[in-house]
Design a protein around this ligand. Structure first.
Ligand SMILES: C[S@@+](CC[C@H](N)C(=O)[O-])C[C@H]1O[C@@H](n2cnc3c(N)ncnc32)[C@H](O)[C@@H]1O
Length: 553
């Protein structure tokens, strides 16, 4: 056996490999490597099993976890799985001469189901779900684990579920995965399994300013499981910087006790149906009273998906080139950058049209004109009619039916949600979601402006934040349902005087914006009116201010 000193306890092997191989190859196999400092902490959790003899590394790569474990303890039997022959050969060379390490050039998901291990440690591959054969793998898991999963379930959670299933009594498992499943719809059944299986102990959410994995746009979580009966509790922790990693060390040494009891829950208290960020992030909504679901006042749906933007979108030059008259073109905002102010007016639309921007969609059902027929034929020649979305429409070139929405909201955001009042009454593609106010007794037509004024405030954004999905680098994504199910202040409870004051301020704000001036101060006043009415004790404690005596109305 080679001696302890020979294991490389840093990322130099991974760095050399990354330099020697194309990004395309690494992306194909999801080869993003774990920083050694994190691998080493995860190894310590595994080593907390005093009877550790057998270890599994299901997504081996260059064996960073095996190196971390072996540098702390020898006399272990380690098995690894890896599907990429290139990295596999390099890994084999690195561990040459160590007979206790067996790396298999095989897909982990379809092999080794009958074996159990004292320790399993992994940074599984993360793919967009389209990029792998999820159907068969999900079937494999459902059969072996006798559980039900959602068809969108991401591969990395399937790795995790299989590994938990392969733990021997008192076995320990450490995974580093994107946090996405904790807060997304497909994660619900994964979380159900984690609760039922009872091995989940710690979820450590890493939310660094910088990405842990250089190129992967995700925030990560470390999941620690133990197949023992020492506790029925799960703790959520947040780590914001590399310096805070020592917190994890304490968590591991203290087990089965918990360093502090904050954010600690009994397994039976966890609800798989809610976003788990409510267990690890302070919710903004607790600072306000009289909240209702956003769907009480409005409905959010995604924008028009064409199936081929290159084919369906037009600017004036393209329309001339193909002799398509404007009666066959639907005015539509096609790119988020084209609506960069809070109000999108008919004048903005005219300006874009004059500068030949792409702001139309091909919309030519029931036309007998030859130029239209030619353009449809061009689509057929290019196979546009056989695309996933177009193939399911009749005729294939018809557009999804969506009325222009009076309010748009951007899908991806760095600084909270961005709402736009669509005064030009035009359609939108998927870079914005459509917001349609509900026509209820509570909210008549005119009050779209009241709703919009509310949406512009910081309070609205903070409350929605509770429901966003977080990516790395501060990028947030909101699906239509994240907003529909998000909460808002019940603006129907505002008295007439407050409504009038808000609408007056809103008018003032709009004039400033249309005049290319800054209106932030006016929105701040609207916000203060709302806080005055809806802010709870928590709000003033949080901001360490006293409730003001004067009101803003
Ligand atoms: C995210 S990398 C992690 C590598 C290494 N363990 C680390 O943490 O630095 C995932 C590795 O799993 C491999 N892989 C991808 N799909 C796999 C599968 N189905 N079975 C086994 N390995 C797989 C990839 O080639 C890649 O080397």
């Amino acid at each position: 056996m080679i001696s302890t000193k020979e294991y490389i306890t840093n990322n130099s092997i991974e760095n050399d490999y990354s330099k020697s191989i194309s990004m395309e190859h690494r992306k194909k196999f999801a080869q993003f490597f774990t920083p050694f400092s994190i691998a080493s902490l995860m190894a310590k959790w595994i080593l907390g099993n005093n009877n550790l003899k057998t270890v599994l590394e299901p997504a081996f790569g260059l064996g960073i976890f095996s190196r971390a474990i072996l540098s702390l303890k020898e006399d272990l039997y380690i098995k690894g799985f890896e599907v990429d022959a290139t990295i596999y050969e390099k890994a084999k060379q690195n561990f040459e001469g160590n007979e206790d390490i067996n790396i298999h050039l095989q897909d982990y998901m379809y092999n080794d189901w009958d074996n159990k291990y004292d320790g399993i440690i992994c940074n599984p591959p993360y793919f967009k779900f389209h990029d792998y054969d999820n159907k068969n793998i999900i079937k494999e898991i459902e059969t072996n684990l006798k559980c039900k999963l959602n068809g969108f379930t991401n591969l990395y959670t399937l790795f995790l579920l299989k590994s938990i299933h392969q733990l021997s009594p008192n076995g320990r498992c450490a995974y580093i995965v994107p946090s996405e499943f904790l807060n997304s719809d497909y994660g619900k059944l994964v979380k159900t399994y984690l609760i039922k299986n009872k091995a989940l102990r710690h979820i450590i959410v890493i939310n660094f300013e910088e990405n842990v994995f250089d190129d992967a746009l995700t925030t990560a979580s470390i999941i620690l499981c133990a197949n023992d009966s020492s506790t029925d509790r799960v703790q959520f922790s947040n780590i914001h910087s590399l310096q805070e990693l020592s917190k994890i060390e304490n968590i591991i040494t203290d087990y089965p006790n918990f360093t502090d009891t904050e954010q600690t829950y009994r397994l039976s208290e966890l609800n798989p149906a809610v976003k788990w960020k409510s267990y690890y992030q302070k919710q903004n909504s607790i600072r306000f009273k009289d909240l209702v679901p956003f769907s009480t006042y409005a409905k959010v749906v995604r924008g028009i998906a064409t199936g081929s933007n290159v084919y369906f979108t037009f600017n004036i030059s393209k329309a001339k080139e193909f002799s398509i008259g404007e009666q066959h073109l639907l005015p539509c905002i096609c790119s988020a950058k084209d609506a960069n102010r809070t109000f999108f007016t008919t004048q903005d639309f005219e300006d874009l049209r004059r500068s030949d921007e792409t702001i139309f969609l091909f919309n030519a059902q029931n036309s007998t004109e030859q130029s239209i027929k030619n353009y449809i034929q061009k689509g057929v020649d290019e196979g546009i009619n056989k695309r996933f979305l177009t193939a399911s429409r009749t005729p294939w070139y018809s557009l999804e039916k969506r009325k222009p929405a009076p309010i748009w909201v951007s899908v991806f955001n760095r600084t909270g949600l961005r709402f736009i009042r669509n005064e030009a009454n035009i359609s939108n593609l998927t870079s914005y979601h459509c917001i349609y106010p509900r026509q209820t007794n509570l909210l008549s037509e005119i009050d779209i402006d009241l709703l919009f004024a509310y949406l512009l405030t910081d309070t609205a954004k903070q409350i929605f934040d509770d429901n966003s999905r977080q990516y790395g680098n501060g990028l947030q994504k909101f699906e239509p349902n994240d907003i529909n199910k998000g909460m808002m202040l019940d603006i129907g409870l505002l008295d007439k005087r407050a409504v009038k004051r808000i609408l007056d301020l809103y008018k003032e704000y709009k004039n400033l914006i249309l005049d290319n001036k800054n209106g932030d101060e006016i929105i701040d006043i609207i916000d203060k009116i709302l806080i005055d009415k809806y802010g709870t004790e928590e709000h003033y404690n949080y901001h360490k201010t006293a409730k003001p005596l004067n009101t803003y109305i």
